[in-house]
Design a protein around this ligand. Structure first.
Ligand SMILES: O=C(O)CCC(=O)C(=O)O
Ligand SMILES: [Fe+2]
Length: 216
């Protein structure tokens, strides 16, 4: 919703977890969307992720820099077509650095070298989980495009309460690091049909930027 009575404000959801609404302007959102469409193409393109327990993730995913699979990182799409993962573009690493600087008032110590792009259609969700396969403690940077969603941000001890639900809209930035780096989080609901019409996206894209601490 635009033109609302009170502008949405920067909010610290938990220590080290910061929501910056409307961080990307429409032009930047369009550029990112165009890039996501290219990354989603084969080889090593968008795929369905299966978990070892027999589950299927409803959000489809493509990775850059290193390929995430449940539960580790590889240089090739080991659970997809086996092709080498696409490189992390320097401009995207720079966007991660700028995001952390804006969220925390100081730049990160390390360079962003991994991106996970998740595509959610109207029925997709993501269960509560921690981003714990990275060796670096650098904050996770999350960018949202398209449909809004309910993002659930919890605690580091369990998937349950206490947690807070935040609406993430197209262009929003969410950064979680420090004491919140290993907090459980998930996406219980995508709000279908809420994407800005001029973006031309049905569904939701989320891009998380991470520092692996894994490359030599
Ligand atoms: O889609 C989101 O907002 C969260 C994605 C996420 O948690 C992940 O990729 O690990
Ligand atoms: Fe995550």
């Amino acid at each position: 919703m635009e033109g609302e009575l009170f502008p949405r404000e920067r909010t610290e959801i938990a220590p080290g977890a910061v929501h910056l609404p409307d961080w990307l302007d429409r032009g930047r959102q369009r550029e990112l969307l165009a890039a996501c469409r290219e990354w989603a193409r084969p080889p090593a393109g968008l795929r369905t992720v299966h978990t070892p327990g027999g589950g299927t993730m409803t959000a489809r995913q493509v990775c850059l820099g290193l390929h995430w699979y449940p539960y580790g990182y590889a240089r090739t799409a080991v659970d997809g077509d086996g092709a080498p993962v696409k490189p992390m573009p320097p401009w995207l690493a720079e966007l991660g650095r700028t995001a952390v600087t804006d969220a925390y008032g100081r730049p990160p110590d390390e360079a962003y070298d991994i991106a996970l792009v998740n595509f959610y259609d109207g029925d997709s969700r993501m269960g509560m989980h921690r981003d714990s396969d990275e060796k670096s403690a650098a904050p996770v940077v999350s960018l949202s495009l398209g449909d809004s969603c309910l993002f659930r941000f919890g605690n580091s001890a369990s998937r349950g309460r206490p947690y807070q639900d935040v609406e993430l809209r197209s262009g929003d930035l969410f950064v979680f690091g420090g004491p919140s780096r290993l907090a459980y989080h998930g996406v219980p609901k995508v709000l279908s049909g809420t994407a800005p019409a001029e973006l031309g996206l049905t569904g939701r894209l989320n891009i998380t930027l991470r520092v692996g601490g894994l490359l030599p």
